[in-house]
Every structure is written in structure tokens, then in C-alpha cells.
Design a protein around this ligand. Structure first.
Ligand code: PAF
Length: 325
């Protein structure tokens, strides 16, 4: 009798495994940047890895260029609500959802790319990513937007006093806004989808972004001057709605996580390896590139913002970033 029961139990287990429906999904990934921009090139690399490794059970549809929302804040809101499955974009507006991540936006907190990688791929980055679960988002990996630079339509800018009074679009991020106010510019937060038109119509004089964005979003068409201020490092992040993440079986989650990390290495390198080439292209498009900015003067001008945020985030946390080697 016992033997018969054991045979029956294993038969039931066998048939239910055979009947288990393999997980299948088509996930929507959204970004605010043009298809050619590194976010979307990286996203396509990531999508291919996951599609191959799941035998096509998990597929994606990419919606670049703000097709699903006029700026990154709006896209993040949709991810949080679960109406978009995934986001690839900067962490700029993410502080409005999970405040701790704003520590990364402090001006001049990062020295160089090696420093960035150590912090974002180490325990500090992991803890900032873990915090996102509290706001219904699953952070998969830090990708890259890059070091931000000032562009404007009025004049060559080397020092903060050259920029005084310019009306500059900032991200919807209080750290950026305060940093720019401290530097004496008229800081104007705005969703990315509105920036090109506002520059074109002269509603604002300038904006600030990494070189890849300035080239691939054709900012050179509406801005003459680029100053390599590198004032803030802007991380990007691949995020999934937590609701969607929790529906995915653990072995597929592992595939997605690994592909997101491999995608990070690939995508970060796209911008870094081509930075000089992109600058040369911008010059071909008649942008006047100022390389010899007065870095010390920018650091001093944005220091009040640095000090304010030392109070908010905790000196120890800021020092942990500064001291990461
Ligand atoms: O300036 C911004 O809003 C962002 O840097 C951008 C261009 C959307 C890329 O993440």
C-alpha cells in the first residue's frame, strides 16, 4: 500500500511539472532619450541577452524618446504604478521617490569613472538600490548617464561669473537646483521632453547634460556653447516595477539580474569610449567647446549646496563616498 502511495505521489508530481506553464511575458521598457542614445543601445543589448537566455519566453518592447511620458519623473511614476514594466534613465528625478539616492547628485562628489564604478558597484550602491523596494521599484543595476556639462546660447562660459544670470534648465532634483542657484544662475527645473522646444524658443538660455545626450538629442542645433564643467556625475539605472518583478519566477529573475549587470558594463563603456569622438562631432556641428573651465571656481561656487546636503544626508555617508578608493 505504502509503495502504491509513493508511486501515485511521484506520478502526480511528474505530471504537474509536465503541465506547469512556463513563464512568458512581453515587458515594456521606456526611456526619455532618442533611440540612438546609449540607454537604448544598452537596453537592446540587455533585451537580447534575456530573450536568448529564456528561449524567447521573456521578450521586450522598447519605447524610447519619451513616447510613454514627457520626462523621466513621469516614466518613474508609471513604473511605480506598474503601467510601465521597466525604466532606463537617469537617477535625477528618483530622489523624489527614494530620497537616499540623491546623495549621488551632490556636485563634485565623484572624482572619475573608476571612483564611480567602485561606489555604484559596491555596498553603497547596493544599499541605495535596496531602498527602492520600499517605493515599489526593483533596481536592477546602475548604468550611466555621465558627467554633466553646461551648454548655453549666449556666451563662452569658463567660470561661474560668466554664467551669472543665465536661465538654465535643471533636472527636477533639489540638489541640482540648489547647486545651480549657489552658482548664481537662474535655475529652472523642467521635464526633459520640454527642453528642446524651450531652448529653441529662447524661453531658457541653457541646460546641462553629458556629452552623449548633447550629441544624440541634437542639443547642438539650439545651443552654441558647451563648457566641460563636469559638475555632477549623473548615474542611470535600470528599474523594474516591483509588482512585475514579484510575478517573475526566481530562475528568470536571476537571468534578468545578470543581463542587467552585463548590460551595465556594456552601456557604461559606450559613452566612455566615445567621449572624445563625440566632442569632435559636436565641434563639427559648430559648437564652441570650452575645455579649460575654472574647475576650482565651480567647486567653490557650488560648495554651499555641498554643505547643505552634508547636513541632510549625513557627513559620514558623504565621507564614505569620498573615501571610496
Ligand atoms: O537632463 C535630463 O533630464 C537627463 O539627463 C536625460 C537627458 C533625460 C537623460 O537621462
Amino acid at each position: 500500500m505504502k509503495k502504491l502511495m509513493a508511486i501515485l505521489i511521484s506520478l502526480v508530481a511528474l505530471t504537474s511539472t509536465a503541465w506547469a506553464v512556463p513563464y512568458k511575458a512581453e515587458l515594456k521598457i521606456a526611456s526619455a532619450t532618442a533611440l540612438e542614445h546609449t540607454y537604448n543601445v544598452g537596453a537592446q543589448y540587455f533585451m537580447k541577452l534575456v530573450e536568448e537566455r529564456t528561449g524567447g519566453r521573456i521578450k521586450f518592447k522598447l519605447y524610447p524618446d519619451g513616447q510613454l511620458g514627457k520626462g523621466e519623473r513621469e516614466l518613474l511614476e508609471s513604473v511605480q504604478q506598474g503601467t510601465i514594466d521597466m525604466y532606463i534613465g537617469s537617477t535625477g528625478p528618483l530622489g523624489g521617490f527614494s530620497q537616499s539616492i540623491q546623495i549621488l547628485d551632490i556636485p563634485f562628489i565623484f572624482r572619475d569613472y573608476a571612483h564611480v564604478d567602485k561606489v555604484l558597484d559596491g555596498p553603497i550602491g547596493a544599499s541605495l538600490i535596496a531602498d527602492l523596494q520600499k517605493v515599489q521599484m526593483k533596481g536592477l543595476a546602475f548604468w550611466e548617464n555621465g558627467f554633466r556639462n553646461l551648454t548655453n546660447s549666449k556666451r563662452i562660459v569658463r567660470t561661474p561669473s560668466d554664467a551669472k544670470g543665465l536661465k538654465i534648465r535643471t533636472m527636477e532634483n533639489p540638489v541640482h537646483i540648489l547647486a545651480w542657484k549657489s552658482a548664481g544662475v537662474n535655475a529652472t527645473p523642467m521635464a526633459w521632453g520640454e527642453v528642446y522646444g524651450a531652448l529653441q524658443q529662447g524661453v531658457i538660455d541653457g541646460e546641462e547634460n553629458p556629452v552623449a545626450v548633447i550629441l544624440q538629442m541634437k542639443i547642438y542645433e539650439v545651443q552654441k556653447y558647451l563648457s566641460l564643467t563636469q559638475h555632477v556625475y549623473s548615474p542611470a539605472i535600470l528599474i523594474m516595477s516591483l509588482k512585475r518583478w514579484n510575478q517573475i519566477p526566481a530562475d528568470d529573475q536571476a537571468i534578468i539580474l545578470k543581463a542587467a549587470q552585463e548590460g551595465a558594463v556594456y552601456q557604461r563603456n559606450l559613452g566612455r569610449a566615445n567621449e572624445q569622438k563625440m566632442l569632435a562631432e559636436l565641434e563639427k556641428h559648430s559648437m564652441v567647446v570650452t575645455r579649460d573651465v575654472d574647475k576650482a571656481a565651480w567647486v567653490a561656487a557650488m560648495k554651499p549646496a555641498f554643505d547643505t546636503f552634508a547636513g541632510q544626508f549625513g557627513k559620514d555617508k558623504i565621507e564614505a563616498i569620498l573615501n571610496t578608493k
